[in-house]
Design a protein around this ligand. Structure first.
Ligand code: NAD
Length: 496
């Protein structure tokens, strides 16, 4: 496959904002978007100022009153399928843009990011056609009764604030159901990964999405586009994926005008490996859950708890497998681990590598910066890293690192494994590895997370509830749960 991108309007530099169906230049300044694998400039990006965010919100409000607001669900569904087709038709352009922005290996982006980005539109195009509402007949004193039924209406203008780790996938995970339900959106992609959201503007136009339904504004968080958007009184709901601390700021912004929020936040996910697991599968799954996307997956594992009788074998096996990860050119199909997203994030991850050493960890593997070809010296690579021997109070075990690393701790009983997993302010995801399915069900029911996998990881049916417990989020998205967030129910009571 040739990863050549055609020069499109969306891809022009500086990368522009997409408002009311048109690409518009900055009202403010531009900022640099750099390739995390090499440090080279990918493009300059036009930062939207407050006036431009206001334009985008107003365009989205107008679009609600235009043809989009009058379309049937069937018509919207058909358009969303065209959006999915449009992404697949220009697969290579999306793939190249995502790889340049994130540095993730082509094997991963071609398998997960782009196809899932397209699939989100098909899944929610289906979902909206099967959506039902409730109806209740009630008795009245005159004996004739009354009929209640609920109707669903779009919430209105949705602010979609996205992270950088799975840019197209996580953005469309929100945009697709929001549009399926008849809302309009203003998307604020991460400043680290602005390109695919912009390219999607062209696809929206080609698919016949009316102007103003899908808008993209570029910029940063506090004091910039993210804050202008989430504070804007014309926004009717906010869906956010990112760090827990940012989620707090966004909740505060939402409170100002009493708007609903959906928050998908950080995690410190555990894997629980029992001695009776299928070891090959447990190693393969843990390799992916710790190191996929260079550890920058919200569902990724950073704490591994292994039954003591299997502990040494498991550590050796994971070490050997991780030592075989191949870092380097993300466009090379043989590359299995890319860089971290930025130099700044690398500093943060390396600070945890240092802390682990300072706290007395046994460094089983890694713990430093790899030596790679000169062309990657400006990149943000770190070694895959495994530690053992730290107390559970260590910051390496308590704080989200968001890097390719894990700490492995032995346990002696099922109760202890459950208690260790639950000892976290986060509660996003867990993987349990055991061939004893009775135990798997029993343990799964006691783990305080939104998503538990048994003998797998990242196996996603998009109809299932997705979200976090504790400080990992508020609300659930996926299937009917997305539809619940992106619509408002109105009850109609008819006296018979
Ligand atoms: P982040 O919170 O730094 O940024 C996310 C987005 O919020 C960016 O677009 C940013 O510009 C914007 N933003 C920042 N401050 C803001 C503010 N005050 N007001 C409005 N917008 C603001 O997160 P990140 O570093 O991009 O992503 C990594 C984090 O995302 C990790 O913590 C990871 O666990 C989490 N994450 C969670 C899930 C999930 O489903 N739970 C999925 C992916 C990533």
């Amino acid at each position: 496959m040739a990863l050549t991108a055609t020069k499109t309007e969306a891809a022009a530099s500086p990368l522009r904002n997409f408002i009311d169906g048109r690409f518009v230049a900055s009202g403010k300044s531009t900022f640099e978007n750099r390739n995390p694998a090499t440090g080279e400039l990918v493009n300059l990006v036009a930062e939207a100022d407050a006036a431009m965010v206001d334009d985008a919100v107003k365009a989205a409000q107008r679009a609600l009153r235009g043809p989009w607001g009058r379309m049937s669900e069937q018509e919207r569904s058909a358009i969303l399928r065209k959006v999915a087709d449009g992404i697949m038709r220009r697969f290579d352009e999306f793939l190249k843009a995502e790889i340049l922005d994130t540095g993730k290996p082509v094997s991963l982006a071609s398998h997960i990011d782009i196809p899932r980005g397209a699939a989100n539109f098909n899944v929610f195009a289906d979902q909206v056609l099967t959506l039902s509402t409730e109806s209740f007949r009630m008795a009245t004193p005159d004996g004739a009764g009354a009929l209640n039924y609920a109707i669903r209406v779009p919430r209105g203008v949705i602010a979609v604030v996205c992270p950088w780790n799975l840019p197209l996938l996580l953005m469309t995970w929100k945009v697709a159901p929001a549009l399926a339900c008849g809302n309009t959106v203003v998307v604020k992609p991460s400043e680290e990964t602005p390109t695919t959201a912009t390219l999607l503007g062209e696809i929206m136009n080609e698919a016949g999405v009316p102007p103003g339904v899908y808008n993209v504004v570029h910029g940063f968080g506090p004091g910039s586009t993210g804050e202008f958007l989430t504070q804007h009184p014309g926004v009717d709901g906010i869906t956010f994926t990112g760090e827990t601390s940012t989620g707090r700021a966004i909740m505060t912004a939402a409170a100002n005008h009493v708007r609903p929020v959906s928050l998908e936040l950080g995690g410190k996910n555990a894997a629980v490996v029992f001695a009776d697991c299928n070891l090959d599968k447990a190693i393969e799954g843990t390799m992916r859950s710790v190191f996929a996307n260079c550890g920058q997956v919200c569902l990724g594992t950073e704490r591994v708890y292994v039954e003591r009788t299997l502990f040494d074998t498991f550590v050796d096996r994971l070490k050997s497998a991780a030592a075989n990860l191949r870092m380097g050119d993300p466009f090379d199909r043989a590359t299995t681990m890319g860089p971290l997203i930025s130099q700044e994030h690398r500093k943060k991850v390396l600070s945890f590598y240092d802390k682990a050493k300072a706290e007395g960890a046994n460094v089983v593997l890694g713990g430093a910066v790899p030596s790679l070809d000169a062309r990657f010296h400006g990149g943000s690579f770190v070694q895959p890293t495994i530690w053992t021997g730290l107390p559970e109070t260590s910051s390496v075990i308590r704080d989200e690192i968001f890097g390719p690393c894990c700490h492995i701790t032995p346990f002696d009983s099922e109760e202890e494994a459950i208690a260790l997993s639950n000892d976290s302010p986060y509660g996003l995801a867990t993987s349990i590895w055991t061939e004893n399915l009775t135990r798997a069900h029993r343990v799964a029911a006691q783990i305080e997370v939104g998503i538990t996998w048994v003998n797998s990881w990242f196996l996603r049916d998009l109809r299932t509830p997705f979200g976090g417990s504790k400080q990992s989020g508020i609300g659930r998205e996926g299937g009917v749960h997305s539809m619940e967030f992106y619509t408002e129910l109105r009850n109609v009571c008819v006296k018979l």
